[in-house]
Write a new protein. Structure first.
Lengths: 286, 327, 331
């Protein structure tokens, strides 16, 4: 409950009241992120062509007035595919962060609040998870589950929660020693009320900031996995898939790989700007 | 003979809109062997004032806007930074409230004390170490020769404060600026440190500026006292004079706030309200919103210090009435 | 004594020091630190008792143990029932009757909550007030502690230390407790503000017949506010008695040096000698044998170095635990 409240406009208004004017970076970042959302939502209206409609008369045509970013080997419009690709890539970025975020902060909060055996168990589990390289572990889990977008979400959730758990746990450990948390106990507040209502909202800020950075990482990861054939499957328009498809023609038709690549970089940059702005505004050290 | 003569010192902090004065018009004289108390509550500017004397200001937003600090016929405010470095530590030394954060943890206490000697006088390391042992003995650290190889964190709070005093005294300064040196200590240890400061003064003629919020500490140790409120001097004079016959409502209020002076369980005639934030200072006398003696004039114009007795000045237009209602 | 409200018997608070990994492997038991070591304390209804001690004396641990905020052994009888052995439900009921005020006024308030929200929450959790009456009750609480109703909409960060402490007191009063433990509630405040808060405590005690345990390092403050005073040193209560007795005729050498060391505004001084008590309190993890005070005691005898001090017993109007006062002496 406390978590969802954090995102309501009322809460944000309060945040504004408490922290004062956000730095300009927040606005620039927010605008850039909003741009991608607009593109994703209005894709059918913006895109000039159907992203999967093939037109074998115009295969591999370079950027022109009819096809501003050119066409691929099936004659599909690259611009339209990028625009529709935004939908899947944003979805991967957001859901690929949301699940680990929720799992991580819940486990981290419990571990940091209760300490003792709960904490010890969680920390061991965490150690085991980070003992493997992130990318290798994700690929291994997908290999077990079989390629596809849902496998991607599951594997990212199973691996990505550790960062959030660690951040929240560390904050909770600090907060636990605060007088006001002691006061909550003295006032007879229950564990859940103390933890969710009084501690978590104060412990969650670094995790929120990190999640913005994480969106970037996950989008890149999603694209890379699709490139490797483990994520989105053709002919679904997805940036990583497009890069993979285009590489056979890289010498003859550079635009097929180049423009989706640019889209990945720009989207990543947008979230990263927003993350930096938030970090500055909320006073979080990364 | 005056050792240090401070006149009209004003230290400002820049805010986005304008400059506010954390210290405004501070003047006092310090004689050799004198202990002077700068007393005030938080936000009174006592620490800023003390640091301004050595031009060690807390941030780049702070600057000394006016005033002179005469020491040995030189105005410290006009010296170059290089000349100032010679004064610091060698002529005027400083100790702080929290020795733990002011003693570099990677040096042994022997090195900490020897360093100023090597830096200021170019003494050999060996001679400096020998002197360090002597200094540790002077500040009452048992078995000094066995202690100089130890690190600050191996000492207790009171002992750390002694080490800091020893390091400050290494170059035999003429003045010691002590910024709340006993605030972080337990009462029994505080008494030891205060006794040490008194002993040092008696033995070496060291003059001390003691910054504190504790009137009891002032009464126990200081010869004269300057009472600060919101950056302005409210009252100054001989300690006994000021504390037994206060001529300013603020000093009176502070003394009345002491639980030990009132009858047990009786309501303390405390000062109402809160000190104003620096960027919202009231017009006129800065104390007037909390003052029960305030009249129209206090709200209108700033009140200047006025001599009320031999060596005793008060910045109150109604100091006579304050004295009459006093005990 | 049936008007006894709080009866603490043989209370100990022990913390286990963290062990190094090597010690863990060697199965060495963790070293224990007794922050409170067999304390006895009795508080009558409507009485204010002061608990004085320096850092590391265990006074805060004792206060927290009384509210079961830290694990403890022994007995804490509140109105006859042992608090340390209560189940969850009766513990909640107990916390409606006993409350705490904390040292750091700002840190004891959740920075996210407006003052009014913080107070309202307490009322809601304990179902003390009907929903529509909450704003009125919040205003009344604020009025009790001398704050304007408009403070309900302010956040802790915008308040001064004294104002925060008033909010902390209002929050403790919200459950209409009989017993308040105040842990150094004025030590973070400036002198003029401290006086205001002390006046508030005096008034509350008078008007609501509150029973109080007032924890402080400042003997002067405690003497002013409390009828009786207990003095702690390294986890033990070394002396206990009427406030005036402790303040003017201390029996235990430690209490004597505490009283002597208090800086006073008294003239003429004739350069009153500052007291000669040497040394500093050792760490509670490293207590000296015998009487814990013996390395600093000006009256130290052989017995003090070997035998623990006798249990606390009456000497004159007060009671003390010291070898100086042999068993035979009777009031």
């Amino acid at each position: 409950m406390a978590v969802s409240e954090l995102h309501t406009p009322r809460r944000l208004a309060k945040l504004h009241e408490r922290l004062g004017e956000p730095p300009r970076l927040v606005y620039i970042g927010a605008a850039a992120v909003a741009f991608w959302f607009v593109v994703a939502v209005f894709a059918p209206f913006i895109a000039p062509y159907d992203p999967i409609a093939q037109d074998l008369r115009t295969t591999l045509s370079p950027p022109s007035w009819a096809h501003p970013l050119g066409t691929d080997n099936f004659g599909r419009d690259v611009l339209s595919r990028i625009i529709f690709g935004t939908r899947l890539d944003l979805e991967m970025g957001i859901l690929g962060v949301l699940f680990p975020f929720l799992i991580g902060i819940t486990l981290g909060a419990f571990a940091g609040y209760f300490g003792g055996i709960v904490d010890t168990l969680l920390m061991r589990l965490l150690d085991v998870t980070i003992a493997f390289p992130y990318f290798v572990l994700v690929i291994a889990i997908i290999a077990i589950l079989g390629p596809g977008v849902s496998s991607f979400y599951i594997s990212v959730a199973l691996v990505g929660w550790v960062s959030y758990a660690r951040l929240v746990r560390a904050e909770m450990l600090v907060l636990r020693e605060q007088d006001y948390v002691m006061a909550c106990r003295a006032l007879g507040f229950g564990h859940l009320r103390t933890m969710l209502r009084h501690m978590l909202p104060n412990a969650i800020i670094p995790a929120v900031v990190f999640s913005m950075t994480d969106v970037v990482i996950v989008i890149l990861l999603g694209s890379s996995l699709s490139y490797l054939g483990l994520g989105a499957q053709p002919p679904t328009p997805e940036w990583g898939v497009m890069v993979a498809d285009g590489q056979n023609f890289i010498t003859r038709a550079w635009w097929i790989t180049f423009f989706p690549g640019v889209a990945i970089v720009l989207a990543a940059l947008s979230f990263s700007l927003f993350a930096d702005g938030l970090a500055e505004w909320l006073g979080v050290q990364e | 003979m005056t050792l240090l003569d401070v006149a009209g010192l004003r230290t400002e902090f820049a805010t986005p809109t304008r400059a506010v004065a954390a210290v405004d018009g501070l003047s006092f004289q310090l004689r050799p062997g004198e202990i002077l108390g700068l007393v005030g509550e938080s936000g009174s500017g006592k620490t800023v004032a003390c640091r301004s004397l050595l031009r060690l200001l807390p941030s780049r937003r702070a600057r000394i806007a006016a005033g002179t600090v005469m020491f040995e016929n030189r105005d410290l405010m006009r010296l170059s930074e290089a000349e100032m470095r010679v004064v610091r530590g060698r002529d005027i030394a400083m100790i702080f409230q929290n020795p733990a954060s002011h003693l570099d943890p990677v040096f042994t206490v022997g090195d900490l004390i020897a360093e100023p000697l090597i830096w200021h006088f170019g003494e050999s390391r060996r001679a400096a170490r020998k002197r360090a042992v002597e200094l540790l003995r002077q500040v009452g650290i048992p078995d000094p020769a066995g202690q100089i190889e130890r690190y600050p964190h191996q000492f207790s709070g009171g002992m750390k404060q002694r080490v800091m005093i020893a390091a400050a005294l290494a170059c035999e300064p003429k003045i010691l600026l002590a910024d709340e040196p006993t605030t972080a200590l337990d009462v029994t240890v505080q008494a030891q440190i205060l006794r040490l400061l008194l002993d040092l003064r008696d033995r070496t003629g060291l003059a001390i500026v003691l910054v504190t919020h504790d009137i009891g500490v002032v009464a126990e140790t200081c010869d004269s006292v300057v009472v600060l409120y919101s950056g302005r001097v409210m009252e100054c004079g001989g300690t006994q004079d000021v504390l037994t016959r206060p001529r300013h409502p603020y000093t009176r209020g502070l003394l009345d706030s002491l639980p030990t002076t009132a009858a047990r369980g009786a309501e303390l005639p405390s000062i109402s309200g809160y000190p104003p934030p620096l960027d919202r200072l009231p017009q006129g006398c800065r104390f007037h919103p909390r003052c029960r003696f305030a009249i129209d004039r206090c709200r209108r114009e700033p009140i200047e210090l006025e001599t009320v007795d031999d060596g005793h000045a008060s910045a109150c237009v109604r100091w006579r009435e304050v004295m009459e209602v006093g005990p | 004594m049936n008007d006894l409200l709080v009866d603490v018997r043989d209370l100990s608070v022990r913390y286990t020091l963290s062990r190094s990994f090597a010690d863990l492997l060697r199965r060495k038991p963790g070293r224990e630190l007794a922050a409170v070591d067999g304390a006895h304390l009795a508080i009558r209804k409507g009485e204010a008792v002061g608990l004085v001690g320096e850092s590391g004396s265990g006074k805060s641990s004792l206060g927290r143990a009384l509210l079961r905020l830290t694990p403890a052994t022994g007995e804490v009888r509140f109105d006859g029932t042992d608090v340390l052995r209560q189940d969850r439900r009766s513990l909640l009921a107990y916390r409606k009757r006993a409350q705490m005020v904390f040292q750091d006024p700002l840190a004891s308030l959740n920075p996210r909550f407006k003052v009014g929200e913080a107070l309202a929450e307490v009322l809601r959790v304990h179902r003390l007030t009907r929903r529509e009456e909450i704003p009125g009750r919040v205003a009344a609480l604020l009025d009790t502690v001398g704050l304007d109703t408009e403070f309900a909409d302010r956040r802790p960060r915008g308040l001064s230390g004294g104002q925060c402490q008033r909010v902390g007191i209002a929050r403790a009063l919200a459950v209409e407790p009989e017993f308040i433990i105040a842990d150094e509630p004025v030590s973070a405040l400036d002198l003029s503000i401290q006086a205001q808060i002390l006046n508030l405590f005096l008034r509350l005690q008078r008007e609501m017949q509150l029973t109080m345990l007032f924890i402080s390092h400042d003997l002067g403050v405690v003497h002013h506010l409390c009828q009786r005073v207990a003095v702690m040193y390294l986890g033990r209560i070394v002396e206990e008695g009427p406030a005036d007795e402790i303040f003017y005729h201390p029996k235990h050498p430690y209490t004597q040096s505490l009283v002597e060391a208090m800086p006073r505004v008294e003239f003429p001084k004739g350069r009153r000698e500052l007291p000669r008590l040497e040394g500093e309190p050792p760490s509670p993890a490293d207590k000296p044998p015998g009487c814990a005070f013996h390395p600093r005691c000006p009256h130290v005898m052989d017995a003090c170095r070997q035998d623990p001090p006798p249990s606390i017993r009456r000497v004159g109007a007060a009671a003390t635990a010291c070898h100086l006062y042999p068993e035979t002496e009777k009031a």
